[in-house]
Design a protein around this ligand. Structure first.
Ligand code: AMP
Ligand code: MG
Length: 343
């Protein structure tokens, strides 16, 4: 059966989402926007509903979900031992694209956390996400809206084919604001560990005077025997079906030359900055924008678009690895299964 559709692209009558909130209360799934990417949500306190999220996405059971709240009062039931650093992070960045891993209380079903004794919590700023949580009266567990392994959904058009019928409602509010998933952090011994980079950068957190540690798998390859703080790191993600490589260089001329060498004689799609659009010898070029914000906003939808050309290869221009560039490079390295050329 097709999912029911709620169109909020050009209107802000949020009461239209009340039937979807009712659906959450009844243990069903709802696809909804957040400021980062679209999510597939269910009542976080309903074990059966949460299991259905894993089934809908084909997600590994040990890859835990983020629990979304609408106000700070909701948190006390869900977690314990909130320290001063976590409090300061909440005060500074909530509501917004920061997820904090904390000790869970027994009320959180183990299926959400993949058996861990911690749970990841976020208070989104997106008004529809917040209203959905408020109207349904429960915290909402939600991973990114995509079949596991694929790029996350930033536009309903991109994901409707793979998720239609798997959720009760689809709430469409057009393209999301940010375009990559939240920054995930965990505080260990007063150090803020970045488990997944996002819009809130390591530099943003350092500005508060905290020590920050960037987990090495964020830009490096995951090695099977390694212990990881974030189970999501173990799994393939963001990947188009077409072979994809990443090329980066601080020298723009070298970058263009290296990409042209790699696409010679092939049906290739190049995803590049606006200023480089006319420099590549292929008919298939996709404009990722110029600023890091624009690139963040476009990258998932372009990876999906590039896949539609049935090309032999997709080549993506890399960006700087600091600031917001860290989140972009993390997603690109994973999209390319760590196949990259640095020149
Ligand atoms: P997604 O649902 O696609 O946004 O991915 C959620 C991310 O949060 C994954 O990378 C998980 O590994 C991470 N995550 C969720 N819960 C925890 C937790 N309790 N400890 C560490 N990482 C977590
Ligand atoms: Mg995801």
């Amino acid at each position: 059966m097709k999912s029911k559709y709620i169109d909020l692209k050009n209107d802000n009558d949020y009461t239209k989402i009340k039937p979807a909130a009712e659906s959450i209360k009844q243990g069903k799934l709802v696809l909804f926007p957040t400021e980062t990417v679209y999510g597939i949500g269910a009542n976080a306190l309903d074990e059966k509903a949460v299991k259905d999220i894993f089934i809908a996405k084909g997600r590994a059971q040990d890859n835990p979900l983020i629990v979304h709240i609408a106000n700070i009062e909701m948190i006390n039931k869900l977690v314990k031992n909130i320290g001063n650093i976590e409090l300061k992070l909440m005060e500074t960045f909530w509501p917004g694209p920061l997820t904090i891993v904390l000790k869970k209380t027994p009320i959180i079903p183990k299926v959400i956390t993949g058996g861990l004794d911690t749970v990841a919590i976020r208070m989104p700023s997106n008004i529809i996400a917040r209203k959905l949580i408020e109207y349904s009266g429960c915290p909402i567990a939600a991973p990114s809206a995509n079949i596991s392994g694929k790029p996350s959904g930033t536009l309903v058009e991109d994901i409707i084919d793979e998720l239609d019928g798997k959720v009760d409602y689809i709430i469409d509010s057009g393209k999301v604001d940010i375009g990559v998933e939240s920054t995930v952090v965990r505080v260990v011994d007063d150090i803020v560990h970045i488990l997944r980079p996002g819009k809130i950068t390591p530099e943003d957190i350092q500005k508060l005077g905290f020590k920050v540690f960037i987990e090495k798998q964020i830009l490096g390859e995951y090695n099977k025997n390694e212990k990881v703080l974030s189970p999501g790191i173990k799994y393939r993600h963001y990947a188009p079906s077409t072979k994809c490589i990443l090329v980066y260089s601080k020298d723009e001329e070298k970058l263009v030359q290296k990409i042209n060498e790699n696409i010679q004689g092939k049906k290739a799609v190049v995803i590049c900055k606006t200023g480089n659009m006319n420099k590549y010898n292929t008919d298939y070029k996709l404009d990722m924008g110029e600023t890091l914000e624009e690139i963040t906003n476009n990258i998932f939808t372009l990876l999906r678009k590039a896949d539609k050309y049935n090309a032999e290869i997709i080549v993506v221009e890399g960006v700087q690895k600091d600031g917001l560039g860290l989140a972009i490079m993390n997603r690109l390295l994973r999209a390319c299964s760590h196949e990259f050329i640095e020149c």
